[in-house]
Design a protein around this ligand. Structure first.
Ligand SMILES: O=C(O)CCC(=O)C(=O)O
Ligand SMILES: [Fe+2]
Length: 693
């Protein structure tokens, strides 16, 4: 199943390239063969006309007589075998077989799935058939168009799935396009009109319009009078019409055609629209929570964990109750690339849990591919786990592995709950975890169109933005599931959607929380902004006085701060516990050692300089300490004991105890040891452990 993930579809382009190469090679070889045959024919023609000019004269020459016999024997045999030579074709066919064996190649199931996906997109995003066929997706015009035969194929796929409504739509479009194509070129189009009419007539009948079905069948019979099935159908439709007229006269109730009552799939939520309607409206961006809700929302910087105190996290409330938060810029592009690279070879069709048996199985309501990553796979996974802990205040010890998801054409996940209900006794057995306390969903790509995460009951849509994470609790404080968290992933209309989620399981009861920080998380005192209905990065309105946007979130990538310092949250962050002070005997906690090791790993050479940058303000010990929002890095120098700088953003390097300014106004608020000179005194370490910030 390749259609279920865009990343697999990308590989199909390689397959197509190989096919094209084989085809071109085959054409070249056949052209060469035809060239040789043409030359032969020329030679025959020349000799033959010479002979015909004066036959007896020509044959009086014994050499000519000999050559004539030779031409028609051995020569002709060679010519004939050249004509029948199939090695080019055999080679090409052999190549095709090998390519199909060794490269990704779509199956009929892929074609059906891809067609169903297009039709799903058409329905969810309310797109009319003819605009879609002209390459228009929700008002955005793309260059690719569908031909009559493409539309015919979509109609045929719908017909095979007994979806007569879409068969009618697509066959009607196929007919219109076929007529236009025939007008434009004298060549006959690939799909004959009578065939389109046959599907169209039958589906129209099945949709209840017998009269039109009959008209179409008559048109078909004009083009193809001997079409047996059409002849039979005509009789059938005529009878159905007669019966209809009779019963109308007698006042009897008739069901038109074979139209069946549509199964009612969605129970209305109270009196209003059904969940499906709300879901589709939210996917189209036509639904937002009422103003009474949005007016309660705030944006703030979170510094509720030691790490977050240094790298303050940009938090945006998306919904108050259930509390849904968006953490902006919490993942580096480079991390995303690594995670995608690790996951790609492991992607498999995503499964869902069978409500009754607890077994994992595939389902049409969840179409995507996913891969699971654990902490042994790569240190990056632990990094993400730590980030999740810092964001939520929950431990990831009982969390599921990291699930990476890539959606394919029209990939979606219909409304569902992430937690297991009481009746689902077997839930999570196979995963070996408890119920899901919370979901943390990282968006690893922007999606050009569609692909929102929607909460139909809350009328809320979250639009994927690369590097943002959405977080919500699935369970209430008493351990019961919170049904208002029912959510869905809308079909991806254009683009590729990559998600990564960590869902936290519980072990016993509900208490695997390290603290109730998430549930109680509140804006940092005094800096909350009311009613910031923030959508895109540019629109974010963070409180003035806190600093430039770049100041918050993770340090800028490529600014020498790629490595998130392990242990930084303990040593350089909040108040340092005596027994947590790093010592030489405990190199794991030793920032300097960590910096040295990281440097060596990344640059394959030892360090010779110390560089430190401060979250806000650097104070040299001896000077008074100004607690600027709690961000201050105290440093000690042998040669100078003066406070050097009052600027809030600064980067210093220490070279043999001299302190100098590297660049100001650039780095952000993460106390971070970049490089250390071991030859000098252990300034950096001392400075950091002395930090009072
Ligand atoms: O991809 C999304 O937007 C939501 C995914 C989701 O709900 C899930 O994986 O459980
Ligand atoms: Fe979900």
């Amino acid at each position: 199943e390749l259609y279920t993930a865009i990343t697999d579809l990308e590989d199909l382009l390689d397959t197509e390239a190989m096919f094209m190469e084989t085809l071109n090679r085959y054409i070249q070889r056949e052209e060469k063969k035809l060239e040789r045959l043409k030359r032969k024919a020329e030679e025959y023609k020349k000799e033959h006309s010479l002979a015909s000019a004066d036959v007896s004269e020509y044959l009086s020459n014994p050499i000519n007589a000999y050559l004539l016999v030779k031409r028609l024997t051995t020569d002709w045999t060679t010519t004939e075998s050249l004509m029948t030579d199939q090695t080019a074709l055999d080679d090409a066919q052999h190549n095709f077989t090998e390519i199909k064996r060794f490269m990704k190649f779509p199956t009929d199931e892929d074609l059906t799935g891809a067609a169903a996906a297009l039709i799903r997109l058409q329905d969810t995003y309310n797109m009319d058939t003819s605009s879609l066929a002209q390459g228009e997706l929700m008002g955005v015009k793309y260059t690719t168009q569908l031909s009559a035969s493409d539309c015919f194929e979509l109609g045929r796929q719908s017909y095979n799935s007994l979806d007569y409504r879409h068969t009618v739509l697509w066959m009607t479009e196929a007919l219109a396009r076929q007529e236009a194509e025939t007008r434009l070129s004298s060549n006959k189009t690939e799909t004959p009109k009578w065939e389109i009419l046959e599907y169209l007539a039958y589906s129209t009948y099945m949709e209840g319009d017998v009269k039109s079905a009959l008209d179409m069948t008559n048109e078909l019979l004009q083009i193809y009078p001997d079409h047996e099935r059409a002849q039979g159908n005509k009789v059938y439709y005529l009878k159905a019409l007669e019966k209809k007229t009779d019963s109308l006269n007698t006042g009897e109730n008739v069901t038109e055609g074979h139209k069946e009552e549509k199964e009612i799939q969605d129970a209305p939520l109270g009196k209003g629209p059904t969940e499906r309607e709300l879901y589709e409206m939210a996917c189209r961006g036509n639904l937002t929570p009422p103003v009474e809700i949005t007016s309660q929302l705030t944006c703030y910087y979170s510094s509720s964990s030691p790490f977050a105190r240094l790298a303050r996290l940009k938090v945006e409330e998306a919904y108050p109750k259930p509390r849904i938060l968006l953490f902006r810029d919490v993942m580096y592009d480079s991390e995303i690339e690594i995670i995608k690279r690790l996951a790609t070879p492991r992607l498999r069709r995503a499964t869902v849990q069978n409500f009754k048996t607890g077994q994992l199985e595939t389902a049409n309501y969840r179409i995507s591919k996913s891969a699971w990553l654990n902490e042994e796979d790569d240190p990056i996974v632990s990094r993400v786990s730590r980030r999740v802990e810092d964001m939520t205040g929950l431990t990831t010890k009982t969390a599921e592995e990291l699930q990476v998801v890539n959606y394919g054409i029209g990939g979606h996940y219909e409304p569902h709950l992430d937690f297991a209900r009481k009746e689902e006794t077997n839930a999570f057995k196979s995963l070996g975890t408890g119920n899901r306390i919370a979901t943390v969903l990282f968006y690893m790509s922007d999606v050009a169109q569609g692909g929102a995460t929607v909460f139909p009951g809350l009328q809320l849509a979250l639009w994927p933005q690369k590097g943002t994470a959405a977080v919500w609790m699935n369970l209430l404080a008493n351990g019961n599931g919170d049904f208002s968290t029912r959510h869905a992933a809308c079909p991806v209309l254009a683009g590729s959607k990559w998600d990564e989620s960590r869902r936290k399981g519980k072990e016993d009861g509900i208490d695997c929380r390290r603290s109730g920080r998430f549930a109680q998380a509140s804006p940092d005192k005094g800096i909350s902004v009311r009613n910031c209905a923030c959508r895109s990065r540019d629109e974010l309105e963070y409180p003035a006085g806190i600093g430039v946007k770049e100041e918050s979130g993770l340090p800028p990538e490529g600014a020498g701060a790629r490595e998130e310092p392990e242990g930084c949250d303990v040593t350089a962050g909040a108040k340092v516990d005596e027994d947590q002070v790093p010592t030489k005997s405990d190199p794991k906690n030793d920032l300097i050692q960590h910096a040295l090791d990281s440097y060596k790993v990344h640059f394959a050479k030892p360090l010779s300089r110390v560089a430190v940058y401060a979250p806000a303000k650097v104070t040299i010990l001896g000077d008074h300490t100004e607690y600027l929002g709690g961000f201050s890095l105290n440093m000690k120098s042998r040669k100078t004991s003066k406070t050097l700088l009052y600027s809030r953003f600064a980067c210093f390097f220490l070279l043999n105890d001299e302190i100098g300014l590297v660049s100001a106004g650039f780095f952000c608020n993460l106390g971070f040891l970049m490089a250390v000179n071991r030859q000098g005194p252990a300034l950096g370490r001392q400075a950091l452990t002395d930090s009072t910030a």
